[in-house]
Design a protein around this ligand. Structure first.
Ligand SMILES: CC(C)(COP(=O)(O)OP(=O)(O)OC[C@H]1O[C@@H](n2cnc3c(N)ncnc32)[C@H](O)[C@@H]1OP(=O)(O)O)[C@@H](O)C(=O)NCCC(=O)NCCS
Length: 388
């Protein structure tokens, strides 16, 4: 089985594999492949036949004020006849070795087969919620922002600058081409974009798709949004209010304490449910720990014994020293606490505290003081709600 970058000659097999694995329409597959281009697709072949594939989603992720290099993964699929014969694992280990060689610190994916991804070192690292807003229960809002339709050709640079300036919270993604293209199209349907402008310029924006529904019970799907001011949130809610004659719901992916949900007066104005967990893989341990930020005021050191079943370079004893928001990681003679690269991912994102990992049997050798240090260093929980 050979792991490789896919070429134009693989396109027909790649298309067939994606349609089969994800039940997506034929018409969706070429735009998906071309979202980033074939050079970002990887596959495993037996010489002639394409057995498995994935696409790289380049980007970065913010951790406590610093961007950490990250490669997202999407479109992971194994052809029906090759499943359970190692083609998936070969694909993932090929990718991890390639990413490690490049020094990429992290990898993120949304995986339905949790056990499969855990077997190569990914762990659940955060939760994405789906909020279904009941449009007819949204109160009439006033907001001084003006709503204008966005035109990607004209407004792309302004939007990119806006996201760069405002989407830098702990856990936010740094977007590159694939992610920008994804929010503007839901499968084959183009999303409409709206900018919310105040006196000083852009204060927020959103992209939305109208999904089919019966006559006056249509549903809106918000594919992307960012509101930098309270007025922008109100402007968005005012837009939804104005859709109430035909649309009854609007769904967006968010966190329970998002500014949009906080603005709604009552709990029954929306329905909140867990949509998916994002999974994180620490690819290059040293780069991942040294390139992120840490809360100022947390200082100390900890010797860790890390086990990595795929990337042996990460395995071994390390001394982690944290001071003034930065960390260094050096090889060490002996680790005090034992943790796998998988569980370290959940600690790294703040999804699990050190005490929770101890209770689950995933962190060994840590006393209460160690747990307190690790939890303060890696918390709070990183919030990521962008799907890909
Ligand atoms: C999920 C999928 C990618 C796994 O690939 P595969 O080639 O069948 O898996 P492998 O044979 O390489 O198995 C690798 C390991 O993962 C485990 N595994 C495989 N599928 C699994 C699943 N669905 N759930 C949990 N563990 C799984 C195997 O037991 C094996 O563990 P081991 O090394 O300890 O024995 C493949 O079945 C597939 O393409 N499914 C349809 C599309 C899909 O679900 N894609 C993922 C969307 S996020």
């Amino acid at each position: 089985m050979t792991y490789q970058i896919l070429q134009e000659e693989h396109r027909p097999q790649l298309k067939a594999l994606l349609v089969q694995a994800f039940s997506v329409p034929q018409a969706f597959v070429d735009p998906w492949i071309d979202r980033s281009g074939l050079p970002d697709w990887r596959g495993v072949t037996d010489g002639e036949r394409l057995q498995s594939c994935l696409v790289l989603v380049p980007g970065g992720q913010w951790y406590n004020g610093r961007v950490v290099s990250m490669l997202g993964l999407a479109g992971v699929a194994v052809s029906a006849v090759d499943r359970s014969r190692g083609a998936g694992k070969r694909l993932m280990t090929g990718f991890l070795e390639e990413a490690f060689e490049q020094g990429t610190a992290l990898s993120i994916l949304y995986g339905s087969a949790t056990g499969f991804y855990r077997s190569v070192g990914y762990e659940r690292a955060g939760s994405v919620f789906s909020a279904e807003l009941k449009i007819r229960e949204i109160p009439r809002m006033t907001s001084s922002v003006e709503i204008r339709e966005l035109d990607w050709q004209r407004d792309a640079d302004e939007l990119k600058r806006f996201v760069q300036d405002h989407a830098n919270h702990h856990g936010a993604l740094v977007r590159e081409t694939y992610l920008w293209s994804r929010v503007r199209q839901l499968q084959t349907i183009d999303a409409s974009g709206f900018g919310l402008y105040g006196e000083g310029g852009l204060e927020g924006y959103f992209y939305v798709v109208e999904k089919a529904g019966t006559l006056d019970e249509r549903a809106l799907q918000v594919t992307d949004f960012l509101f930098a001011t309270p007025k922008a949130v109100d402007g968005f809610l005012r837009y939804l209010y104005s859709q109430r004659s035909l649309c009854s719901t609007a769904t967006l992916f968010t966190v329970p304490n998002s500014s949009v949900l906080l603005r709604l007066p009552d709990r029954w104005n929306y329905k909140l449910s867990l949509h998916e967990h994002w999974m994180l893989r620490i690819v290059h341990l040293k780069n991942a720990l040294e390139s992120r930020g840490y809360p100022v005021g947390v200082s100390g050191q900890m010797s860790l014994s890390v086990s990595d079943p795929v990337l042996s370079e990460n395995s071994g004893s390390w001394l982690l020293e944290i001071d003034n928001g930065r960390a260094t990681l050096r090889p060490h003679s002996q680790g005090k606490v034992d943790i796998s690269i998988t569980s370290l991912a959940a600690l790294y994102s703040g999804f699990l505290t050190a005490a929770e990992l101890v209770r689950g049997g995933y962190l060994r050798g840590a006393d209460a003081q160690d747990c307190d240090f690790l939890t303060r260093a890696f918390g709070p929980e990183a919030k990521l709600t962008e799907l890909f």
